[in-house]
Design a protein. Structure first.
Length: 81
């Protein structure tokens, strides 16, 4: 039933599904419940959004760096320059 609502979408961002083999963008906050990102070494992690300085093999964005995050998603999934 959901498919009929989503058929004309180019991209869907969804929260959850952490156990599914899907591309992941993790949001990690220093004041959150964990002391480190949960998916830092996970093969499905494509980016990390955080309020601290972290080293990662994937792009790391600041919580307020919306423009860079949008550009990353556009280039990766929508083939926009």
């Amino acid at each position: 039933k959901m498919q009929s609502y989503l058929s004309d979408m180019d991209l869907i961002l969804a929260e959850g599904f952490k156990r599914q083999p899907l591309p992941k963008i993790e949001v990690f906050r220093m004041d959150g419940p964990h002391d480190h990102p949960l998916f830092l070494d996970h093969p499905d992690l494509i980016a990390l959004v955080t309020d601290t300085t972290l080293t990662s093999s994937v792009p790391v964005f600041g919580l307020n760096d919306i423009g860079s995050m949008a550009t990353f998603v556009q280039k990766r999934y929508l083939n926009h320059p």
